[in-house]
Design a protein around this ligand. Structure first.
Ligand SMILES: Cc1cc2nc3c(=O)[nH]c(=O)nc-3n(C[C@H](O)[C@H](O)[C@H](O)COP(=O)(O)OP(=O)(O)OC[C@H]3O[C@@H](n4cnc5c(N)ncnc54)[C@H](O)[C@@H]3O)c2cc1C
Length: 399
């Protein structure tokens, strides 16, 4: 059978793309090929579940435009489907002199991006969240930011797609794409289509290379580990984030919470020697580890994009003491004994590096060809942006 569209990867980008393709062309025959046994083994099942406002990103960038539109659509979808959402809002506070200096920049960026953001005084922060560690006399409030359950969203989309006649086949790892994108091959089968979409997250660059694509980017995975806050009486009304260093695509350790009322703090941004190396027991590949160690090592030695400073900062988070010292900069009602590493809540970012500018790529990257489209660098806030990201891909592919 020939399909109109084949989507590689059933993370949030693949699922929302199939959903929007069906809305655009209701009779389209769509197949999703997924290498895992479900859709939530990687980024889309391992993130903070935060629906971002779009404040952080360069005005006009894909992260800003798709992030903002996508956030509105994701909220609408969640509410229509009656899924869990906590529209709690977020408070950002400076946690160092450098971060304090960035507060005004971030505020202005938010205004430029059209985000509703309010400056807070010491007293206002204290009134809103008495347990925030206020070191500087300022903070920002973003009412739009919310938390939802990423697994619930993926499962709901899968049910919708079944109803819409989209076929998802699990345990099918795409090994090769030929015929300009029109033949997609796994170990078990060849599948044929008019247009294929590579939405394979952490493997997107590998899949793109297996489609014969040439590009200058290299892949640099960063692991995000969370710690669970175990005090039974711990409570925050808002998400609490630091004012980040806008040179990096990372937001810094922040709080997050789940539907069951459990609270977490994370994620770290530690270089990791495996694109799916969530813990040391799984998915260790020696060749991959050597090549990533060399790649990270050289960049850290040369301090490209200040990666050495980042590595030093992140190294502190590996020990419980180091992690706790960072947590204390943000909130003051947690003791070291009440922090427990979360084994299930560990994610790895699909981050690419640009050797030309010698920087971590700070926006989504899409390479579009006549019969195939490749999504590279679907970093945060791609979960928030996904519905709008899907429209963007459909437009690029001229469907
Ligand atoms: C720690 C962390 C926290 C984050 N927090 C947030 C947040 O709060 N808010 C937000 O908006 N974003 C957040 N993000 C980002 C967000 O999770 C990702 O941007 C998003 O999930 C990317 O979705 P995806 O579909 O591209 O990738 P994935 O979810 O990784 O999906 C890709 C799929 O492709 C499959 N695949 C790979 N290779 C193949 C192959 N060869 N053949 C077939 N299938 C294949 C994989 O198995 C996987 O299921 C976070 C990310 C991390 C790591």
């Amino acid at each position: 059978m020939k399909y109109d569209f084949i989507i590689i990867g059933s993370g949030i980008i693949g699922l929302t793309l199939a959903y929007k393709l069906k809305k655009t062309k209701s009779n389209a025959k769509i197949l999703i090929l997924e290498k895992e046994y479900n859709s939530i083994q990687h980024g889309s099942g391992r993130n903070s579940g935060v629906i971002h406002s779009g404040i952080y990103y360069d005005p006009g960038s894909l992260r800003a435009t798709l992030g903002m539109q996508g956030g509105i659509e994701l909220k609408e979808y969640i509410k229509t489907k009656k899924l869990w959402i906590d529209e709690c809002g977020k408070i950002l506070i400076p946690i160092s002199i450098h971060s304090n200096d960035n507060t005004e920049n971030l505020y202005q960026r938010g205004i430029q991006n059209g985000v509703m953001v309010k400056k807070l005084s010491h007293k206002e922060i204290q009134q809103l969240e008495p347990n925030v560690n206020i070191q500087y006399d300022t903070g920002l409030l973003i009412p739009f930011t919310s938390v939802a359950d990423p697994k619930e969203v993926s499962n709901s989309l899968i049910n919708d797609l079944k109803d819409l006649g989209v076929q998802i086949i699990y345990n099918q790892e795409v090994k090769k794409i030929t015929d300009e994108g029109k033949t997609v091959s796994t170990d078990q089968n060849n599948y044929f289509c008019d247009h294929s979409f590579n939405c394979s997250g952490l493997q997107s660059d590998v899949v793109a290379k297996n489609a014969g694509l040439e590009f200058r980017y290299s892949f640099l995975p960063f692991k995000g580990k969370y710690w669970k806050i175990t005090n039974s009486n711990f409570k925050l009304k808002h998400l609490i984030y630091p004012i980040p260093d806008l040179r990096y695509p990372f937001l810094g350790l922040h709080t997050s919470h789940k539907k069951d009322g459990s609270f977490y703090i994370g994620p770290s941004s530690t270089p990791v020697l495996g694109r799916e190396l969530y813990n040391s027991e799984c998915n260790f590949k020696l060749n991959e580890a050597i090549s990533l160690a060399l790649s990270f090592g050289l960049k850290i030695l040369k301090n490209e994009n200040k990666l050495r400073s980042l590595a030093i900062q992140e190294a502190k988070l590996i020990t419980k003491n180091g992690f706790f010292n960072e947590v204390k900069k943000l909130i003051n009602n947690v003791s070291k004994e009440n922090l427990k590493p979360s084994l299930e809540k560990v994610g790895i970012r699909s981050q690419i590096f640009d050797p030309q500018s010698k920087t971590l790529v700070n926006d989504f990257v899409v390479i579009n060809q006549k019969h195939s489209t490749h999504v590279l660098n679907a970093i945060s806030p791609a979960w928030t942006a996904s519905f709008a990201f899907a429209d963007h891909l459909i437009k690029l592919a001229k469907i």
